[in-house]
Design a protein around this ligand. Structure first.
Ligand code: ZN
Length: 417
């Protein structure tokens, strides 16, 4: 019989951390290694220390706390529970910190009830997940997965010109005395992350728990439609070569194509720049941003080809040119079937029917999946709102998510290897 988690502890810890990040302009602002973040980290570290965990800080300031009772071989690879406590500007009360607080409570329940485990458990608090203060998202977990160079990270600057290295020094951390962040499958056997969904899917299907199947690939690019600016009065409608109208038509065609060909992909044209952007001039140039996300890399690449041919077709009818400019791409990653199964079993133990779904937002689990078997548990976000002061989740869903996390960890911890 698996004991119940103490939800009061999770609520108190979340409130304590949010108290130091409260932003007078609304919501919570705890940028990585800022005064607020450092204060919140202190609360976390004290809590972990009170539980008797062994705490290590690595060279990018990730906090790794290990629970390894005497009975077990501490050189064995661990089960890691992770998330982040940094926020966006004016962010919500649950993004990241909910997963960290619940992870701590999971270990606390194991200790309190003296539950036998067969391998160490790590709690990881990753640095700069949001990528707001320093411009690499999931920075801490990318460093742990060996995907970024430390010298590059140390040179990153915030908006005031303070480097990551300087921010570490100001936080009283001397990188020379800190451990290397890179870990492998030999260090971490399983990684589990509990997070709010940050979208409306679970609410819309009426499910309390989501099991993440994978984290989508994200493509960013621009479509630039070019003609030349013309007088808005003297150019008759039939003699116009209007790039904004071409862009509008292309966007609708591309959207319809994405909807009809693949239900899982999402495409957003979030930013449109027109030149000269003047009321009485037919634009000469229009740039449309593309954000395309899909769990299936093959589909994603095919959609990109289709975007190219649709926009070319539209442009040629308008007798203008179009150029497709690549900006960035991160490939999709699949979550581990072992962890997905363990979360499924945990749900079964609790009488819950989970919903299998991709994550269309990035998380530390994305980088961790590159080095180990990783999985994620989602709880519903009310109204699908996140990265906003209105972000919220029903307490019963928060409680259930934390219980699913504990049960999952125990299932993975009892697996003998
Ligand atoms: Zn998050």
């Amino acid at each position: 019989m698996i004991p119940d988690i103490d939800f009061g502890f999770i609520e108190r810890l979340i409130n304590q951390i949010n108290d130091v990040g409260r932003d007078p302009r609304g919501g919570y602002t705890r940028l990585a290694l800022s005064r607020e973040d450092l204060e919140a980290r202190k609360i976390i570290i004290e809590t972990l220390r009170d539980l008797g965990l062994k705490i290590e800080i690595d060279k990018v300031a990730n906090i790794v706390a290990r629970y390894c009772p005497e009975k077990i071989d501490c050189s064995k690879p661990s089960i890691a529970i992770g998330s982040h406590i940094d926020t966006v500007v004016n962010g919500g009360p649950l993004d990241g910190v909910y997963g960290v607080a619940s992870g701590i409570e999971a270990v606390r329940t194991i200790i309190r009830n003296n539950i036998d485990i067969s391998k160490p458990i790590d709690i990881i608090v990753f640095t700069n997940e949001e990528g707001v203060r320093f411009p690499i998202g999931e920075l801490g977990s990318k460093a742990m997965a060996g995907q970024i160079d430390l010298s590059e990270v140390y040179e990153l600057k915030d908006s005031e010109g303070v480097t990551f290295y300087e921010a570490l020094r100001r936080a009283g951390l001397d990188p020379r005395n800190l451990r290397d962040p890179v870990r492998t499958k030999g260090d971490i056997e399983f990684y589990v992350e509990l997070h709010i969904e940050q979208g409306p899917v679970l609410e819309s299907v009426g499910k309390e728990i989501g099991i993440v199947t994978g984290i989508v690939g994200v493509y960013w690019g621009d479509l630039v439609f070019r003609s030349k600016p013309m007088h808005a009065g003297t150019t008759p409608m039939n003699l116009r070569r209007d790039p904004l109208m071409a862009a509008a038509e292309a966007m609708i065609k591309i959207r319809d194509h994405v909807i009809s060909s693949n239900r899982e992909a999402v495409i957003t044209f979030g930013k449109i720049d027109t030149v000269p952007n003047v009321r009485n001039v037919i634009p000469g140039e229009v740039t449309v941003s593309i954000d395309l996300r899909d769990l299936n890399e093959q589909f994603l690449k095919k959609t990109l080809e289709d975007i190219e041919s649709i926009s070319k077709g539209v442009a040629s009818r308008y007798m203008i040119s179009v150029e497709h400019i690549y900006r960035s791409y991160s490939s999709p990653v699949m979550m581990s079937s072992k962890v997905i199964d363990a979360i499924g079993q945990a749900c079964k133990q609790l009488g819950v029917t989970p919903h299998l779904m991709p994550s269309r937002a990035g998380h530390d689990a994305r980088s961790m999946a590159k080095i180990t078997d990783a999985g994620m548990i989602f709880v519903p976000s009310i109204g699908g709102v996140s990265h906003s002061p209105e972000e919220n989740t029903k307490p019963e869903h928060l409680r259930l998510g934390a219980q699913v996390l504990l049960n999952t960890v125990l299932i993975l911890a009892s697996e003998t290897k």
